[in-house]
Design a protein around this ligand. Structure first.
Ligand code: ATP
Ligand code: MG
Length: 778
């Protein structure tokens, strides 16, 4: 029989084949949109594994979004006969989190450190500014937060920040105070995840040795959007040729024309640096586009050709011209939405799945009008990257209680819910508490002892609520924990009495569901079952976050792991997961994705290109790259619209159509509106939805999932009991670090076996039995 590896390689063109099978040395693939970069990267991973050149633990792959990481795991799962769960595949942040979870101690973090999302981090900055009694007009919290994140992304600690005047001096002081506060509370923000793990690798030679020995292959997608720190981080893991190291086989793929995150510190120059520093012997270019029909591709090519300083690539397709690109001019944003709705319905009647239609816009504020049009017409839609599930107020309140159970010194969470629902603890009392705590260098939770009077008594009662919840949820499943917290905190009762509360209660119930899905995929909880890999796209591969501590074998409690998941994942899966829904997102969020039909809306001067960008040449070129990304998401049909008037930020704006429309080749377009009734009315090219190149390897429909009926608890338990570690519940055991304990629960089998053990003074811990040394005491 043909070896699986040759089946993997069968459908590649010669350049793709060369890229996939590049010898184990640094490689760079520079290629335009839709040329198969991501596909090549994924196939290379499968090929390396399949041919036994590397073990699943010997490679790391970095993707740009959680969604992309999931897709990659799903595809690999379909290509390979073994379980890809637990491989080091993820976003930079996800991988850093995983690394720090395994080495929290060396990194100077508490084991249950929590992650601040950008909203949390902003409120933490506000508290610092307030605590330093600075003027918020002069030190605008948003700008300060931006400054801190920017410094971290350049690898700078407060002492490294450029100080040239009193203002920058103060900024550095705020940064220092913010850092101290985060450390005290045991929390890290997104940029800190990167910087902390970079510094740990830089400073700990043994650890560096270990990982460099371990990873023989590192693969990076969307390399053009890496920032300085990420590149430096990669060099820590790969080996840095500038330091005389022999680097591992770093395989980078990117497209300079799709670099769209400069505003966040991305550095397209990393590609040229990489090529030079790693002495890339062969730069591979892919020039055939497999995604789009000719008119779409011609539009993209013509547009991007106006940019200067490109690395230069050509893209061609063999798919034929296809439908013309349709352009529509609306009188108002409402009319634009009505037109969108009409076109969407027509495509749907023609047999196109709603999920194959994407609505893209330059800024989030544009989505509201479109959403309400779709909503009123009963068309299901899903918004990506808007206010995401885990960011909704009620969900954050519930998470704050959960975080306090894990770590009562988390002041951000404390402040969020100490008086929510209201328990008569006023702003004055909270300020008093903050002062007491600050003066004695303690957390708010600890500070209560220094607070007298009724205020003190009320806060003490809140502390008892948290302590009580911690005690009563000990050893419970996630579902029970969350249900108890929702009830005991008073959150559910509170929203019951609220007028619009039903929605919020539903979201809280959805949180329970999210926890359950998480439990299932992690194999935690009584009903633990491993999901088939190709189902991962629906629930999220977070098993990777559960690495045991290298020394003691301790793993995160399911609750701590879930909270991490909530902060990192920020819910790509919304309530209507699984439903066939129109996809809505900003152009930034659409990177790397593809759809049968794409609508790009709001092509107006000031909006797209964005008004902040047009004054600088660099800014305009970045906007053009953004438009290039938008256009190249489309496989079969592309629609572009603009409107004469638009309500934005409470004002009606009168708009001129975007210059980008004039940069598209007239012969590829069809103007739908009379004003610009154009050239040869467009049609002519047989329409229909015959795809030019439907991916031949789209995974076959999954068989009925074997996990549909959960394994009964008793069975799971007996499996664990018979799995060779010889432990049973209630057994007394000895651990070389935590001393004597009693086994509370056992789960999983083989390498996956875990035990929950009560170590008395040391608390209750989950241990990976493959690592932890537990001796039964009889
Ligand atoms: P982007 O720059 O937008 O991220 P990309 O270069 O990563 O694009 P892919 O997403 O990997 O491109 O591929 C685009 C589409 O073309 C996918 O649907 C992919 O399956 C398909 N494709 C790539 N190579 C081939 C091939 N050799 N034969 C058939 N289809 C292919
Ligand atoms: Mg890609």
């Amino acid at each position: 029989a043909a070896p699986v590896s040759s089946r993997l390689l069968a459908n590649l063109n010669p350049e793709q084949l060369a890229a996939v099978t590049l010898p184990p040395e640094p490689g760079l693939i520079l290629a335009g949109a839709g040329s198969g970069k991501t596909r090549v990267l994924t196939t290379r991973i499968a090929w390396l594994l399949q041919t036994g050149q590397v073990s699943p633990g010997g490679l790391m792959a970095v993707t740009f979004t959680n969604k992309a990481a999931k897709e990659m795991l799903t595809r690999l799962g379909a290509m390979l006969p073994f379980n890809v769960r637990g491989m080091w595949i993820g976003t930079f942040h996800g991988l850093c989190n995983r690394f720090l979870r395994a080495h929290w101690k060396q990194a100077g973090l508490p084991q249950s450190f929590q992650i601040l999302d950008s909203g949390d981090s902003l409120s933490a900055v506000k508290r610092v500014i307030k605590g330093m009694k600075l003027d918020e007009e002069r030190f605008v919290p948003k700008q300060v937060a931006w400054f801190i994140a920017g410094a971290k992304e350049e690898g700078k600690r407060p002492k490294d920040v450029d100080v040239h005047d009193p203002h920058s001096q103060k900024l550095a002081e705020i940064y220092q105070a913010y850092e101290d506060q985060c450390q005290r509370e045991g929390v890290v923000d997104f940029a800190e995840l990167m910087l902390r793990s970079y510094e740990l690798m830089r400073d700990d030679a043994a650890l560096r040795q270990h990982y460099r020995h371990r990873f023989q292959h590192i693969l990076v997608d969307e390399f053009q959007d890496t920032n300085r720190l990420q590149y430096a981080w990669l060099k820590m893991f790969a080996g840095d040729p500038a330091q005389g190291d022999v680097p591992c086989a770093v395989f980078a793929v990117g497209d300079d024309d799709q670099s769209i995150y400069a505003f966040r510190g991305a550095r397209v120059g990393n590609m040229a640096d990489f090529e030079r520093e790693f002495r890339v012997a062969r730069l591979i270019k892919l020039e055939r586009n497999y995604r789009s029909f000719g008119n779409i591709l011609d539009s993209a090519n013509a547009l991007i050709s106006r940019n200067t300083g490109r690395l230069g690539k050509n893209l061609r397709t063999e798919a034929g011209p296809g439908e013309p690109v349709r352009i529509y001019e609306a009188t108002s944003d409402f009319a634009e939405a009505a037109w969108l709705l009409e076109e969407l319905q027509q495509l749907h009647r023609g047999g196109m799945a709603r999920s194959e239609c994407a609505l893209l816009y330059r800024s989030n504020a544009q989505s509201r009008v479109i959403e309400s049009a779709l909503f009123n017409a009963g068309v299901p839609y899903r918004v990506y990257g808007g206010l995401r599930f885990f960011e909704r107020a009620e969900v954050k309140h519930a998470l704050a209680y959960l975080r306090l159970i894990e770590n009562p010194n988390d002041d951000t969470s404390f402040l969020r819910v100490v008086n929510f629902p209201a328990r008569g603890i006023g702003t004055r009392s909270v300020e008093q508490l903050q002062e007491v705590a600050r003066a004695s260098g303690r957390s708010l939770y600890q500070g209560v002892s220094g607070l007298g009077g009724t205020a003190g008594a009320k806060v003490a009662a809140f502390n008892r609520l948290i302590d009580g919840l911690r005690a009563s949820t000990q050893g419970q499943t996630l579902r029970v924990i969350i249900e108890q917290v929702l009830a005991a905190s008073g959150l559910i009762d509170f929203y019951r009495t609220e007028k619009e509360g039903q929605d919020r209660i539903e979201n809280l119930e959805e949180l329970v569901n999210a926890a359950e899905a998480f439990v299932t995929i992690e194999g935690f909880g009584k009903d633990a079952v491993a999901l088939p890999v190709d189902e991962m796209g629906q629930t999220g591969p977070t098993a990777s976050e559960l690495l045991p501590d290298a020394e003691t074998g301790e793993i995160l409690s399911p609750l701590a792991a879930f909270l991490t998941h909530a902060a990192l994942e920020a819910g790509d899966n919304q309530a209507q997961a699984g439903q066939d829904a129109v996809q809505m997102m900003t152009v930034h969020a659409a990177k790397g994705l593809e759809f049968d039909a794409v609508f790009i809306t709001g092509l107006e001067e000031g909006l797209f290109p964005h008004e902040n960008s047009v004054t600088e040449a660099d800014g305009l070129e970045e906007e053009r790259r953004l438009m290039y990304v938008a256009i190249t998401r489309a496989r079969q049909r592309l629609y572009i619209s603009h409107s004469q008037t638009r309500m934005l930020h409470g004002q009606t704006r009168y708009n001129v159509k975007s210059r980008f429309l004039d940069e598209l080749p007239e012969e590829a377009l069809k103007w739908l509106t009379p004003k610009r009734q154009a050239f040869g009315s467009g049609a002519g090219f047989g329409g229909g939805y015959g795809a030019p190149s439907r991916p031949a390897w789209t995974p076959a429909p999954a068989p009925p999932p074997s996990w549909a009926s959960p394994v009964p608890a008793a069975m799971a338990r007996s499996a664990a009991e018979s799995s060779g570690h010889g432990l049973r519940p209630k057994q007394a055991v000895f651990h070389n670090k935590f001393g004597e304990g009693v086994v509370l629960a056992l789960e999983g089998k083989g390498a996956d076996a875990r035990a929950q053990v009560n170590f008395g003074r040391h608390g209750t811990k989950w241990l990976a039995l493959s690592v932890a040394k537990l001796t039964p005491i009889d």
